[in-house]
Design a protein around this ligand. Structure first.
Ligand code: FES
Length: 131
């Protein structure tokens, strides 16, 4: 191993880079399991939504309407950008501005070729949990 490579490895070890420390959340359920708490109902008022960290390393978009609570993998099907929670009645991808229906995840305007992937959740008491 070259001296330069050794120095870089040492720096990475000291900073935690490359070791998983401070790793970014990944869109989807990650290592969460059925029954794991996703959010409190109070965290997602009716007519709104929120990006929530799951146990492990997952990230979901939870949306609440008068009809109930839904969750979606927030990765935009176009290129994978994490979409924004709903605003003014639509979910928008910040990269190329695809829009999605917050009630179904269906694509409203492209370039995304399809809608968001729904993740089954249910209400348990005052919490939203993975179904
Ligand atoms: S990554 Fe979302 S529209 Fe392109």
């Amino acid at each position: 191993m070259e001296r330069r490579t050794l120095l870089l490895c040492g720096l990475l070890a000291l900073t935690g880079c490359g070791s998983g420390a401070g790793a970014a959340r990944r869109p989807g359920v990650g290592s969460a399991r059925t029954g794991d708490r996703v959010a409190g109902l109070a965290d997602v008022p009716v007519g709104s939504g929120a990006l929530v960290d799951l146990p492990g390393d997952g990230l979901l978009l939870v949306v609440r309407s008068a009809d109930g609570v839904r969750a979606f993998n927030p990765a935009c099907p176009h290129r994978g950008t994490v979409v924004n929670p709903p605003a003014a009645g639509v979910i928008t991808c910040p990269t190329h501005k695809s829009t999605f229906d917050p009630d179904s995840g269906a694509v409203l305007t492209g370039p995304s070729p399809k809608g968001l992937v729904e993740v089954p959740v249910r209400v348990s008491g005052e919490d939203v949990v993975l179904a």
